[in-house]
Write a protein that binds this ligand. Sequence first.
Ligand code: SF4
Ligand code: SF4
Length: 353
Amino acid sequence: MSTQSSTTEERTGIDEIHILWISEGMSCDGDTVSLTAADQPSIEDVVLGLIPGLPKVNLVNKVLSPSLGGEDFLAPYRAAARGDLKPFILVIEGSIPNQRIIDGEGYWTSFGNDPETGQPQPLNWWIDQLAPKAFAVVAAGTCATFGGIHAMAGNPTGCMGLADYLGWEFRSQAGLPVVNVPGCPIQPENFMETLIWVLQHAAGTAPPPPLDHMLRPQWLFGKTVHEGCDRAAYYEQADFGKDYNSPKCLVKTGCWGPVVNCNVPKRGWMAGIGGCPNVGGICIGCTMPGFPDAFMPFMDEPPGATLSTLAVKPYGAVIRRLRGLTNDMVNHEPKWRHNKQKLTSGYNPHYRP
Ligand code: SF4
Ligand code: SF4
């Protein structure tokens, strides 16, 4: 899907920009915590201006903020809501509750207080004020992108993802739709790569980030977990683990990797280490729009897996046997490598090409 828009209002070529990060959606703040683990590049590198070609970045995030808190911390948000601070990128963490179902009676989640009434300012008010004024709007984590755990069946808040709230046709000042970076939590470098792309777009040195039909960065979410899994060869050979201690394929213990879009097994989690199935954790589909309901109960074999593993069994058994024989063969040295008196390597001194 193309994210280019002829309605772009904000010019690129920006040399200084704010990132206004609000983590007051329904969330555990895990995406902010995860972000602190990024090192290719780190958020510190971006804020300190160590990445060539990016605008100067002023990050405002409650965990990473140097402010004293309170109104000092809220000042840039208030200025942006008034239209006095721009350009800025709005990052939302956590799912968006439905205020309409309580019809003005209280609030589900808030961010600061209304200076006039002293009452908590609902998150939804901030999104309504800030999103239309933002250069770009980024949803960090599965809660903000698709609703996540808080939006599962039976929830009382009616919460949803940011694009559900703003509309999938929403366009920011730069003509971009909501940029979705799912993950429970975000994989740190996945988020940083996306942010860098948006910043380069702001600087005028990159086109809009290419997004898929669910507004995820295509280059990060275009492949399945299975396609990048360390254990995929075991699957192909129909060699399935029966418990979590096994180094073999985990599909029989509940791994959804073959049908989930995520690059974590390829990329690892921190500094390339980890990555769910690589280290013994089944994939529960945490990056997916249908998460968690579509993937529950988590520990059971996924519905399609019985059939697909049955189909791969005869092929896998033959392949495993043949590979075992070939592996045995190539695990021996050639017979001419010896310390006897006679050369048996087949050397021919009269050989002419
Ligand atoms: S552990 Fe999961 S992702 Fe890895 S090979 Fe098995 S089914 Fe695929
Ligand atoms: S491998 Fe699966 S469980 Fe792990 S981060 Fe990716 S989608 Fe989530």
